[in-house]
Design a protein around this ligand. Structure first.
Ligand code: BGC
Length: 447
């Protein structure tokens, strides 16, 4: 058995605070925009589902880390709920909130699991939203101050930091289409939020260079775009879709530029970035985190504001979130990052799939053959990208647990560990058993 994965390749799982922790207001924590959004039936698609309990990880952290160890995880990517640490978003630190993450990190380390810490996975303190949230230019300073608190306490024990998770989803879902918190639908807001997010990213990286001694990067969700035809209309639609989703954040962060197509897409809502904003966003990062779920075969259409849409593939398998299973897209996108962005170190920071799994595990077992097949193919696709020269250093499967799939609530199960939400019983799915073997053989078992 041979493996394309280097010996020091890092195998792990990913989660996010609001999706698993529960107890969002415990021990002095301040509410987040997701607390508000999920409690508002006008906004939440899965009405009644909230993060109030979720996987109750806040109370079960030690047992959950023991489970990670049982799976052989070498790394665990989690996020910090900003409002646990700074209930008002700025100012006074809440010791109990910070202690929770310190305990988590120490427990991981005691079990030989490397922590990857994401500073922002969508749960902005509500107090900051009241001050304009990501539309306020001060958000860059708020974020850098919060980041500094985390670096001061945990850098050294945490050696891999992520500033933002998926700025594209934050703005497209939160400010343009309203499907995610804070639930705005405003074309004028989206480019402003994007710019401030990238200024915040840059400000946090700058702060890290003053005090940090290890690595910091940005996580983006990338969806490779393939043309539906060679027509000039589809070619232009492809360029727009690519600029909007794939280049909007990496271009400023790495090249200090903005794709020209954004001005076409946003029309009168677009204003050019100042040289100072571009300079702030462009800081040297140590790695690019890639979240990959699916591809997009793109054609021109009348959808707003992109005028580009997706062509369904009649012969393909789709997940329960409606995403085409397309492993080759992961190889392609990793090579695309290598080509366009100067061959950076890359971590796959999320990859996984929701398929139908029963709510209750039968006799200690959950068979999830579609997820098993998805993971086998996608992990092999990472191996292929490595063989073709991409500098991929680790793979963080999404997700460790079934959890709150944001506005879709508990209806979509992404976990390799099944969660019975009535009892909090955790059960390994067959995919978890597969992943344990993948880790133990450093990918060779996929041959
Ligand atoms: C997010 C996760 C989410 C997953 C599946 C990513 O966009 O980072 O929080 O659960 O995709 O939708």
């Amino acid at each position: 058995m041979t493996s394309p994965f280097p010996d020091d390749f890092l195998w792990g799982c990913a989660t996010a605070a609001y999706q698993i922790e529960g107890s969002p207001l415990a021990d002095g924590a301040g509410a987040s925009i997701w607390q508000r959004f999920s409690h508002d039936p006008r906004l939440m698609a899965a009405k009644g589902d909230t993060g109030d309990v979720a996987c109750d990880h806040y109370n079960r952290m030690a047992d959950d880390v023991a489970l990670m160890k049982e799976l052989g995880l070498q790394a665990y990517r989690f996020s910090v709920a900003w409002g646990r640490v700074l209930p008002d978003g700025t100012g006074k630190v809440n010791a109990a909130g910070l202690d929770f993450y310190e305990r988590l990190v120490d427990t991981l380390l005691a079990n030989g699991i490397e922590p990857l810490c994401t500073l922002y996975h969508w749960d902005l303190p509500a107090a900051l939203d009241d001050r304009g949230g990501w539309l306020n230019r001060d958000s860059a300073d708020w974020f850098a101050d919060y980041a500094r608190v985390m670096f001061d306490r945990l850098d050294g024990r945490v050696k891999k930091w992520v500033t933002l998770n998926e700025p594209w989803v934050i703005t497209d879902g939160g400010y343009l289409h309203g499907a995610l918190a804070p639930g705005h639908k405003n074309v004028f807001e989206a480019p402003i939020a994007s710019r401030n997010l990238m200024r915040a990213h840059g400000a946090a990286v700058k702060a890290y260079r003053e005090v940090g001694r290890h690595e910091i990067g940005l996580v983006v969700n990338l969806e490779p775009k393939y043309p539906a035809s060679g027509s000039p209309e589809d070619t232009a639609a492809l360029a727009r879709a690519n600029a909007y989703m794939n280049r909007q954040y990496l271009d400023p962060a790495i090249h200090g530029t903005c794709p020209a197509e954004l001005a076409t897409i946003f029309g009168e809502a677009w204003t050019d970035w100042s040289a100072d904003d571009l300079a702030l966003a462009r800081q040297k990062i140590d790695f690019v985190g890639v979240n990959y779920y699916t591809r997009n075969v793109t054609r021109a259409d009348d959808s707003w504001p992109l005028n580009a849409g997706m062509v369904k593939q009649p012969l393909a398998t789709y997940t329960t979130t409606g995403w085409e299973v397309f492993p080759q897209g992961l190889t392609d996108v990793l090579l695309w990052v290598k080509e366009l962005y100067g061959d950076p170190a890359i971590y796959v920071t999320e990859n996984g799939a929701a398929f139908f799994d029963p709510p209750v595990a039968e006799q200690g077992r959950v068979e999830d053959p579609l997820r098993v097949s998805y993971l086998r193919q996608h992990i092999a696709a990472v191996g292929e990208a490595i063989e073709r020269g991409a500098n991929v250093k680790g793979y963080m499967l999404w997700s460790l647990f079934d959890n709150l799939e944001w506005s879709l609530g508990y209806s979509k199960r992404f976990g390799i560990v099944h969660v019975n939400f009535a009892t909090q019983q955790r059960t390994l799915k067959d995919s978890a058993r597969l992943y344990r073997e993948v880790i133990a053989t450093n990918g060779a078992c996929l041959d």
